[in-house]
Design a protein around this ligand. Sequence first.
Ligand code: PGA
Length: 254
Amino acid sequence: MRIPFIAGNWKMNTTVGEAIRLVQAMREELDKVSHVDKVLCPPFVSLAPLKELLKGSSIKLGAQNLYFAEKGAYTGEISPLMLADLCEFVIIGHSERRQYFHETGEVVNKKVLAALKAGLKPILCIGEKLEENEASRTEEVITEQLNSSLAEVKDLAGLVIAYEPVWAIGTGRAATGEQANETIAFIRQNIAKRYGEKRAQEVRILYGGSVTAANAAEFMHQPEIDGALVGGASLKATEFLSIVTQTAVIKYRK
Ligand code: PGA
């Protein structure tokens, strides 16, 4: 059985002080929930202090991005080697990075390869835009994104996939559980073709896009959905805790 996975993507929110207070507000309760991977992805500057704060906790950390070179003259960038000391996961290919920072499939692929080489587990984000969805091009877009992102990736080594339809991110307009389940089943089939059925059954695939405490159950009841990548709702301790708790209850009741 795949261990459910709930990650909070804090995006460009929280100062270091706010990040510490947010973790303090949920750490104890989150630690009571077992058999769910709980991952927080704060801004880079909070990774080190939160690592310190989370010593002895079951909560894991992830970064929101990296650069693919190991070191060198890349002013302002953060390398996989720097992150490997601080966190276990790293979000790669988020649609906001593709949109605002012009990350192409090729760049996403380099980042995935660099993360894996450094021993980091990518949370690879894929998903179609509204116009692509309306033109029934979802499967085509997803296939193209998997082709480019996973080029030359021989072993998934703990990689997690997040299916995030772009039209559902930060809009309050989530996909339905059934829609998301269907696309995630398609993603799993695609992974089976590349890496074999065993790997496909092992890889965790999340839904992301306007997940809240109010709609989380709808997604977690779906058999193909292994968890969620949560944006806005992960900035509220009670909301995030509720999503994690509901996930534990639903996934282990079956
Ligand atoms: P949202 O963001 O939950 O605020 O829609 C999800 C994400 O961007 O990962």
